[in-house]
Ligand binder design. Structure first.
Ligand code: ADP
Ligand SMILES: O=C(O)[C@@H](O)C(=O)COP(=O)(O)O
Length: 429
């Protein structure tokens, strides 16, 4: 194993898997902390998907340390901690505490914090995170249901989460390339800094930063940082050149979209599907809470739809609607009830022979995957930046597209299916 990664949510993990496999690494996604003696086959990279972004910091640290320990024991040469490209976290964590714990596990050496993903519009300049052309705090992430982001200055944000000194390598240094970046690492380390936010404006910057991280025991960031890391192993003849996949075999069966993301991109995708005459049903959380809507009824509705129409169940709400739901029911309580309901719908549909699932939302995907009993995923073709098709390797034979809330083009829900073999296939990849 060349790279062992711990991701703080499931869509983040598939995003990272896609990046690593696009760069030629045979990549396996494992759901949850691997079991003792787990067999990772001949994977060049293993990404462990946790659901640790919004749980209490001590639990996130415990799970991340356990997962990282398994990857290091299996021979991982470099450890990667994957979090969101929009740095989703609270002042209590969990990025800082987990990075600290993994740094301890890997000998306490200097590490970086590189959330940038320019292909998805996330860049960092003077330590400030931009989403498209807006500062993070002025983007739709300020209204995230679980981790509203109000401060765009990542040095400040991260410093609130860790006692270790946080530094910054700004863009003029990054633009001078690998050697300059490496020299800046050494200078900052000598100045007592332990974790460095790195400015990044382009894929070229990511390649240069990745090259400078050759040999760094622990790297932290979004999937973008994985763009430049595989080349370090290829240079040493540890990694062959592989072609990216463009289509995927999928088991015979019906399809469904389940959206528990309230992100701006997902809400647009829902409207595009509505205008295309897909069959839409809203999960009304107040109705679920008072018993007038249930997972069983929602699943029956999906099953009863004409097979030629795409069925889409969504709980997604506008920031204003969300505010009043959360005021009435509580932020975590309402979120958990939505997740639990969509997870039960998925489980019921699986029982009825549905094999093709498109799930929108990271936390939502985590809940659905757990309910479906999926343990490992192989990575298929890219639908849009950050979102591949995946196929379950053990347990139920199904394909899944796990879409991060803010990823994907407006027609994502409609176009994703074109990459699956319409006839179906009984053989797993
Ligand atoms: N109508 C709603 N009311 C309250 N919470 C909701 C509603 N719809 C979705 N949620 C919750 O919002 C959270 C969205 O997070 P997530 O699934 O990670 O989406 P994203 O990828 O957009 O961040 C989930 O916990 C989900 O259950
Ligand atoms: O880095 C990213 O933006 C994604 O990989 C990711 O982690 C997004 O999280 P969700 O929006 O909660 O799916």
């Amino acid at each position: 194993m060349l790279i062992g990664a711990v991701a703080d949510d499931i869509t983040g993990a598939t995003d990272l898997c896609l990046m690593l496999s696009r760069e030629g690494m045979k990549t396996l996604q494992v759901i949850g902390v691997p079991e003792e003696g787990a067999d990772f086959g001949d994977a060049d990279a293993v990404v462990v998907a946790l659901k640790s972004r919004t749980i209490p910091a001590e639990e996130a640290v415990r799970a991340s340390r356990a997962a990282a320990g398994k990857l290091l024991a299996a021979g991982a040469e470099q450890l990667l901690f994957k979090y969101c490209s929009t740095f989703d976290s609270t002042d209590d964590g969990n990025i800082g505490p987990v990075a600290d714990a993994l740094q301890d596990l890997t000998g306490g050496e200097l590490t970086i914090a590189c959330p940038s993903f320019p292909a998805a519009g996330r860049t960092v300049y003077k330590g400030h995170l931009f989403v498209g052309d807006r500062l993070l705090s002025e983007s739709s992430l300020k209204d995230h249901p679980l981790t509203p982001m109000h401060d765009p200055d990542l040095v400040r944000v991260l410093q609130r989460q860790t006692r270790r000194p946080v530094g910054l390598i700004d863009w003029p240094v990054i633009a001078r390339g690998e050697d300059a970046i490496r020299a800046a690492f050494a200078q900052q380390q000598a100045a007592g800094k332990r974790i460095l936010v790195v400015d990044t404006l382009s894929d070229a910057d990511l390649h240069a930063i990745g090259a400078a991280c050759d040999g760094m025991k622990l790297v932290t960031g979004g999937s973008g940082i994985a763009m430049g890391l595989p080349e370090n192993f290829r240079k040493r003849n540890k990694l062959p050149v592989r072609k990216a996949m463009t289509r995927m075999m999928a088991p015979v069966g019906r399809r469904v979209v389940l959206a528990g993301s309230c992100s701006a991109a997902t809400r647009v995708q829902i409207e595009v599907a509505r205008n295309d005459a897909s069959a839409l049903l809203r999960l009304d959380i107040s109705a679920v809470a008072d018993g007038s809507q249930s997972a069983a009824e929602i699943a029956d509705w999906v099953i009863s739809q004409d097979k030629d129409r795409l069925p889409l169940v969504y709980s997604s709400a506008s920031p204003q609607e969300l505010q009043s739901i959360q005021a009435a029911m509580g932020r975590h309580e309402s979120g958990a009830l939505v997740e639990q309901t969509l997870a039960e719908v998925a489980e019921r549909l699986k029982q009825k022979g549905f094999t093709r699932f498109l799930i929108a939302g990271g936390e939502t995907s985590g809940a659905v995957i757990n309910a479906l009993g999926v343990k490992t995923l192989s990575i298929g073709p890219e639908i849009d930046p950050g979102v591949p098709w995946t196929r379950s390797l053990s347990g139920p034979d199904i394909v899944l597209a796990l879409k991060s809330g803010n990823f994907g083009a407006p027609d994502f829900f409609l176009k994703a299916w074109a990459q699956l073999d319409p006839e179906g296939s009984d053989a797993r990849d």
